[in-house]
Design a protein around this ligand. Structure first.
Ligand SMILES: C[S@@+](CC[C@H](N)C(=O)[O-])C[C@H]1O[C@@H](n2cnc3c(N)ncnc32)[C@H](O)[C@@H]1O
Length: 278
């Protein structure tokens, strides 16, 4: 990626939730991207479901169903919610290929996690793999937590993750400093072409929002770039006391905190929260 392309780094889309141009490849790259942690993401949520999911599970920001599919295959009734029609189209296709007895355990709703409305309550809600970071203000986070609370049975459990980055990371990528894109992964896309994914993000310490782009470069067999797509990424990092406060405000009690889906003890950085409706 040359200097010129760095300067021109502007997303093709303005819609944060437009996964249209990445949905078909999402499973291919998310499974190989460093830190994608796939097996442990699924195992973590299966364990939670075995403990708390007997009266139904909400998989919120479920995307293409990397967690939802194993949950229904293991006998849980799951409602998958996501705001992206394109991601849900991939999920619906996967569900259609399953046996009817498994298929019927899933229902899919295209809606925003802040204000979806279902006519039932469940015993477990999860937001696997950083979906909660898409909420860009404290108000949005509070709205989402209150909505999830409404959809949980008494004593229902909810798990999600937040991310408190190091000050060094923020300082090195401060808003306005035009940081360099980093190569995240090289993989083979759905057209059987090599694709490289770069990402670049600037950090705004005032809003705690990291805003940037993912850049997808597709190559032909001669190594020439034949397609280049960028899509915006905006995510909010949260400090632990903010989330503790929000959870208390919204009626949740903290059951556990981990640093990883392998249940490593909490340190600074990623926090996986397991909380319970009071
Ligand atoms: C990184 S993907 C994670 C998908 C899936 N949970 C997984 O583990 O592979 C984030 C997902 O969050 C969804 N999303 C973002 N904002 C959302 C919102 N406000 N309400 C519902 N879904 C949202 C996106 O459409 C996308 O599918």
């Amino acid at each position: 990626m040359n200097e010129q392309s760095r300067k021109e780094l502007k997303p093709d889309h303005d819609d944060l939730h437009d996964y249209e141009d990445v949905a078909e490849n999402y499973d291919r790259y998310v499974l190989v991207i460093p830190g994608g942690d796939d097996a442990s993401v699924v195992d973590f949520h299966l364990d939670l479901a075995r403990q708390y999911g007997s009266s139904g599970v909400l998989d919120i920001a479920c995307g293409t169903g990397i967690t939802l599919i194993p949950l229904i295959q293991n006998g849980f009734d799951v409602t998958g919610i996501d705001v992206s029609a394109a991601m849900l189209a991939v999920l619906r296709q996967k569900i259609a290929e399953l046996l009817p007895i498994i298929r019927k355990r899933a229902s899919i709703v295209c809606a925003d996690m802040k204000d979806f409305q279902l006519s039932k309550q469940v015993s477990l809600a999860v937001i696997p793999r950083s979906g909660f970071l898409h909420l860009l203000t404290l108000d949005e986070q509070e709205q989402c937590l209150r909505n999830i609370y409404q959809h949980l049975l008494p004593g229902g459990v909810f798990s999600f993750n937040t991310f408190d980055p190091s000050y060094t990371l923020v300082a090195n990528n401060l808003k306005g400093t035009n940081p360099k894109p980093q190569l995240r992964v090289e993989y083979i896309n759905i057209r059987n072409n090599k694709e490289r994914i770069w990402n670049v993000a600037e950090f705004d310490p005032e809003t705690q929002v990291m805003a940037g782009s993912w850049i997808f470069e597709e190559f032909d067999e001669k190594g020439e770039i034949i397609d280049r797509r960028t899509r915006p990424v905006r995510m909010r990092w949260s400090f632990e006391p903010e989330i503790r406060h929000l959870l208390r405000l919204c009626g949740f009690e903290i059951l556990a905190q981990y640093s990883s889906y392998q249940k490593a003890p909490r340190t600074r950085g990623n926090i996986i929260w397991v909380v319970q409706k009071n």
